[in-house]
Design a binder for this molecule. Structure first.
Ligand code: 4NP
Length: 148
């Protein structure tokens, strides 16, 4: 799960998808394309909205995307088109063919819909982001479980 800062959207996506999958079978992680929040916990508003749905993301810490991620993960989901461009540029350098997908493609196929960055927004924006990611992760989990 990739966003810009790895403190608002992608830690939520990581927590939500982890919650829907068997931890013995799947590893979900999140990163930022930027380095500002490396080592930081998620934004308090992301922690709060996740906790409101019984999902604990307190322990997550910011990490920056690296070329190794293309080897270590089978699929990369990005939150918006700017993340997509950044991730594809790094993928090119790593000579990898790991699939990279806009996460909302799972619910709006082919429409290139962004998960809006809630960083400068309020609690309502974080709630909306949670709901979008929850719906997308339902579809992703369904698909992954069928493959088992
Ligand atoms: P995120 O939101 O990409 O959803 O984690 C952001 C958080 C912090 C910054 C940008 C986006 N920042 O510039 O510090």
């Amino acid at each position: 799960m990739v966003c810009l800062g790895n403190i608002c959207r992608s830690p939520l996506a990581e927590g939500i998808l982890t919650h829907k999958l068997d931890p013995e079978q799947f590893l979900v992680d999140s990163v930022g394309t930027g380095s500002w929040h490396v080592g930081d916990p998620p934004d308090k508003r992301s922690i709060a909205v996740a906790a409101g749905h019984g999902i604990d993301i307190n322990h997550l810490r910011g990490r920056q995307l690296s070329v190794n991620d293309f080897e270590n993960f089978d699929h990369i989901y990005v939150m918006d088109q700017s993340n997509l461009a950044d991730v594809l540029a790094l993928r090119e350098k790593s000579n990898s063919s790991t699939p990279v997908t806009m996460i909302l493609d799972s619910i709006f196929p082919g429409e290139n819909v962004d998960v809006p960055d809630p960083y400068h927004g309020g609690r309502e924006d974080f709630k909306k982001v949670f709901d979008m990611l929850d719906q997308a992760c339902d579809k992703i989990a369904e698909r992954l479980e069928k493959r088992q």
